[in-house]
Ligand binder design. Structure first.
Ligand code: SAM
Length: 301
């Protein structure tokens, strides 16, 4: 038998992606925007086809038109569709200058003064909004626990939220492939991560001390929030990049409403608020403090 024939016999039949008309694409654009604030530019048509085709096949080969009716009626399927469409890429200690700012300035300052300035003594509240598979909130947990020790009375409370229920389930497990260990500074890795054995060989898990600091919740940043109260630090990085100007403005307004007067808001590297007339001061590119904060007073000398 020739090699070409053998290959034909063993490879599965090619999957033909169902066609998506312009009218259907614009209906998906409107639906995704209304639900999640995410604007799918026309260039994203191929991405939508690629990311939804598998689900259409699982549902017995539905067309894009039939799937549109299905998600219109079935909320669970709508959540699933958004799961599939979102980009969840993330790393431990992504954008290291944000963590350097915490380690070198913010946390030593709080520790020296014995409080965060946010009015809750030694209790620190952090929100990782759009936390994906947990690398961001657990990076924060390591840095905060190291610099604000429990034996000095520091309480750390990290709320990690995402739109995607599937991704939150993974984040809750707090386990990752071992090849991600290289993203974590060695001292933190040794202190806070456990190496998997047996069925967990090749994986690592956050230790119980760290896991106790983080809780998870589904929150859609395009809607009213399910989170309550004010936070000393809000990380919302590489999420608003998918929003348009109007949905980004609404989400930032809500985030700022949850920031303590002395708090800091961290955005992703391409999500700057500069020049947009917000009531914020730029602490460093993509890190913002409310205008009236003590940090601003300190900066003025
Ligand atoms: C690219 S990941 C960023 C993860 C992490 N913040 C980081 O910077 O590494 C973006 C995350 O935002 C979530 N997301 C997208 N739209 C959202 C919305 N409307 N509300 C809440 N989360 C959303 C996605 O599910 C995804 O997990």
């Amino acid at each position: 038998m020739s090699e070409a024939l053998a290959e034909q016999r063993h490879s599965p039949p090619p999957f033909e992606q169902p066609p998506l008309s312009e009218r259907e694409f614009s209906a998906y654009q409107r639906l995704v925007y209304r639900e999640a604030g995410i604007w799918l530019a026309p260039a994203k048509k191929a991405l939508l086809v690629g990311r939804l085709s598998r689900r259409l096949r699982e549902l017995g080969g539905l067309s894009f038109g039939a799937y549109l009716s299905r998600v219109g009626e079935d909320e669970a399927e709508r959540v699933r569709m958004l799961d599939a469409l979102c980009t969840h890429e993330t790393h431990f200690f992504r954008e290291p200058r944000h963590f350097q700012l915490l380690e070198q300035e913010v946390l030593p300052g709080w520790r020296a003064q014995g409080h965060t300035g946010g009015g809750e003594g030694r209790r620190v509240r952090v929100w990782s909004a759009g936390c994906s598979t947990g690398e961001e909130p657990f990076s924060l947990a390591m840095v905060l626990r190291h610099h604000l020790p429990a034996n000095e009375g520091w309480e750390i409370d990290i709320t990690a939220t995402d739109l995607s229920t599937r991704i939150l389930e993974r984040a809750r497990q707090a386990t990752w492939p071992l090849d991600k260990a290289g993203e974590i500074p060695k001292n933190y890795l040794r202190a806070y991560m456990l190496k998997g054995t047996g069925s967990q060989e090749g994986r690592m898990k956050a230790g119980p001390e760290l896991r106790a600091l983080v809780r998870f919740q589904r929150v859609n940043l395009n809607e009213g929030h399910g989170v309550v109260g004010r936070f000393d630090l809000i990380f919302c990085r590489n999420v608003l990049i998918y929003f348009d100007a109007a949905s980004k403005a609404r989400a930032v307004e809500r985030l700022l409403g949850h920031l303590s007067p002395q708090g800091l808001l961290f955005l992703g590297h391409s999500e700057s608020l500069t020049g947009l007339g917000w009531r914020v001061r730029t602490v460093m590119p993509t890190v913002y403090a409310p205008r009236s904060s003590a940090l601003e007073a300190a900066a003025r000398g």
